[in-house]
Design a binder for this molecule. Structure first.
Ligand code: WT7
Length: 667
């Protein structure tokens, strides 16, 4: 781990030179939801603080009397004797409060089609969908897998599940049939909700065939899925299995527009979301209802300074990721916000599409990822300059460390130097934002996520578990339970304890390296484990290595995340070919193009296009320690075109020379 942390030193060095600071304007501070008092209140009595948030921001069927039960640590119980329904909180209560006419979602399809859904519309649609799901046999507690493009039905489907107390598990549309199958099987899902296809880069891309593939019996074993609900989005030719597949519009058309939500206990599972870990098998991160909704609503209100009556909020994340769960579906809707939802890519049909959308809907709060910001920087400042972005007032960033240069560009070019930028650190596991500036309160620094939010307790500790002094670096940990924390890994309590709570006893280890500056502000430095971050998406080196070695031509594989200007990290794979494939390569005079293309496609099929390595290098050997552990640090040196670092612990020190010569051999 120490070696891995050391590999991040260059970025640490850069950050040490960053000392710009942006105090909030008096004007912004005067109207901000956040105040310095919030920190003081939370410090004075943390549990009373959370109890207040849960009461003020969430509505309960039966009020809770107990705030936190930590007696079964590390599985927390928050607000456990209260009952509520997440869908009621996100939809019905706004209608009851007289806001039925408020727009909940401005939908913009990639081809330019639009739809507007008010809270009253949403109430009708979620009720119909919940009735349709129930008619298909979905009961409270059953798992439903959702595999949809970014269309309103994705949000409606999630909320309909929540209405029934049936935990949903979203699988990002960019994942392959194999990845979908393993998630369906692990969750033991009863129903899948999908679409014929969606629009991406100007074309209709099919989704349903992947579902058919994922549900085909394998080794004589039938899938647990009984029905597939299919949304018609593109109208493309779609095969429907008799008795199993049902069109969404047919099922919801005939369904009643009234539906009584199922009131569940606060600790009832709300969703499972799979994410990559350090091993090959994705982890089903489990979130429950009361605590999750509380922190989702609280962070959305204070971090983005949300004013539900006047703001137009837009989070560009796909609902298939946790950002989409918390900051497209639950946070904004529980807060009664008006939001924009966009289906497609930022450059379809032109590179100004996002800024056109900001102008069109007068977006005031924008939440996106550093990789998108860097891509826009590359396209040039003249693109956003063509649009009126004066409606913007708060800008958010999430998913990976944001380099000060991108932060400054975001603030200046997109935010007109007037909008606070909030760099928000959190994870699928934390459920909601944990470390972030508070607009109107903190003095923002380009590249720093700054301080734990009021109510959150975090620290940076060294190898021995001791807090590092200001100016020092180490591991980011969370030292007190928080309401939206994961309640475990689906079906694997031991793995939950092992992954997060064993590195430092009784402390949550996030897997990130971090540094505290002289003011005690936190700077995130990237992962210290075998997890990569490509365009803000988490990928496991082991998972991609397993995919590679599952190909007939590959004997061994090692994967590293190499620094990349646009995507943060890029997947670089080193492979050793098997005898026959190696001989075939030799016969072509060492031309790797064909085999590399095959292997990239293979990874795309096994995991999904997002996991395809940017570079694959065929090598004769891999650098290993005497105990057989691959030294990824050295491969990263090669991948990042650096002089290879200390290789003295290698079992065979000549290996690195072999790899480097092999790479330099002219084609
Ligand atoms: C990992 C979690 C949280 C939603 C998106 C990703 C990295 C996330 C930041 C940030 C530096 C960040 C961390 C973390 N990360 N936000 N603001 N600054 N790093 O969720 O897929 O669960 O990934 O993303 O490495 O551990 P995720």
């Amino acid at each position: 781990m120490t070696n891995e942390a050391a590999a991040h030193e260059p970025s640490l060095e850069n950050l040490l030179h960053e000392n710009r600071s942006f105090p909030p304007s008096a004007e912004f501070a005067a109207q901000a939801n956040g105040t310095p008092d919030l920190y003081a209140d939370a410090r004075a009595d943390r549990l009373a603080f959370w109890s207040r948030q849960a009461t003020e921001l969430v509505s309960w069927r039966k009020p809770f009397t107990e705030v936190l039960d930590w007696s079964q640590a590390p599985v927390a119980r928050w607000f456990a004797d209260g009952t509520l329904n997440a869908c009621w909180n996100a939809v019905d209560r706004h209608v009851v409060a007289g806001h039925g006419d408020r727009v909940a979602i401005h939908f913009e399809g990639e081809p330019g089609d639009t739809r507007t859904l008010t809270y009253a519309d949403l109430q009708r649609e979620v009720s119909r969908a919940a009735n349709a799901l129930a008619a298909l046999g979905v009961h409270t507690g059953d798992r439903v897998v959702i595999y949809l493009p970014m269309i309103p039905e994705a949000v409606i489907a999630m909320l309909a599940c929540a209405r029934l107390g049936a935990p949903h598990s979203l699988v990002f549309g960019g994942f392959s049939a194999d990845a979908l199958r393993s998630r369906i099987d692990d969750a033991g899902a009863r129903l899948v909700i999908t679409a014929d296809g969606g629009y991406r880069r100007g074309a209709a891309t099919a989704l349903k065939p992947a579902v058919d593939d994922a549900l085909a019996p394998r080794d004589g074993v039938e899938s647990t899925v009984e029905h597939v609900l299919v949304v018609r989005r593109t109208g493309q030719e779609t095969a429907m299995a008799e008795h199993r597949d049902v069109w969404w519009h047919e099922a919801t058309e005939v369904a009643d527009v009234q539906h009584e939500p199922v009131w569940v206990e606060a600790e009832h599972p709300l969703f499972i979301l799979y994410t990559s870990g350090t091993t090959g098998k994705p982890k089903g991160i489990l979130h429950t209802t009361g605590g999750y909704l509380t922190q989702a609503a609280y962070t959305h209100r204070y971090v983005f300074d949300l004013k539900p009556e006047t703001d137009v909020y837009w989070c560009t994340a796909d609902v298939g990721w946790v950002t989409g769960h918390t900051y497209v579906t639950y946070g904004p809707l529980v807060n009664g916000a008006t939001q924009v939802m966009y289906e497609g890519t930022p450059d379809t049909p032109h590179q100004g599409r996002w800024w056109e959308i900001v102008e069109k809907y007068k977006v005031s709060i924008l939440y996106t990822a550093p990789t998108a910001i860097r891509t826009c920087m590359k396209w040039g400042s003249e693109v956003p300059a063509k649009f009126d972005l004066s409606s913007l007032r708060v800008l958010g960033s999430v998913g990976e460390p944001i380099n000060p240069e991108a932060w400054m560009w975001y603030r200046r070019v997109i935010g007109g130097d007037r909008c606070p930028v909030v760099d928000t650190w959190w994870q699928t596991e934390t459920g909601a934002i944990m470390i972030s500036p508070l607009p109107g309160v903190t003095h923002a620094k380009p590249g720093s996520a700054q301080v734990p939010l009021p109510g959150i307790v975090a620290d940076v500790i060294d190898d021995e578990g001791k807090p590092v002094p200001d100016g020092g670096g180490g591991y980011l940990v969370l030292t007190e339970p928080w309401p939206a924390m994961l309640r475990g890994i689906w079906g694997d309590l031991e793995r939950f304890k092992d992954t997060y709570w064993s590195r430092f006893p009784d402390i949550y280890f996030a897997g990130d390296g971090a540094k505290k500056d002289e003011d005690g502000d936190v700077w995130l430095l990237g992962r210290v484990d075998d997890v990569m971050n490509v365009s803000g998406h988490r990928l496991s080196t082991t998972e991609i290595e397993s995919a590679l070695v599952s190909h007939d031509a590959v004997a061994e594989a090692a994967v590293v995340g190499a620094l990349d200007e646009t995507t943060g990290q890029a997947v670089v794979a080193f492979v050793i070919l098997r005898g026959e494939a190696a001989a075939a390569l030799e016969a072509t005079g060492g031309d790797q193009d064909a085999i590399v293309a095959q292997l990239r496609d293979h990874v795309g099929k096994q995991i999904g296009p997002i996991a395809k390595p940017k570079r694959i290098l065929v090598v004769p050997e891999l650098p290993k320690t005497r105990s057989g552990k691959i030294m990824r640090r050295l491969l990263r040196d090669v991948a990042e075109n650096r002089a290879v670092g200390d290789a003295t612990t290698l079992a065979d020190a000549s290996v690195m020379a072999l790899i480097s010569t092999g790479l330099n051999k002219p084609k």
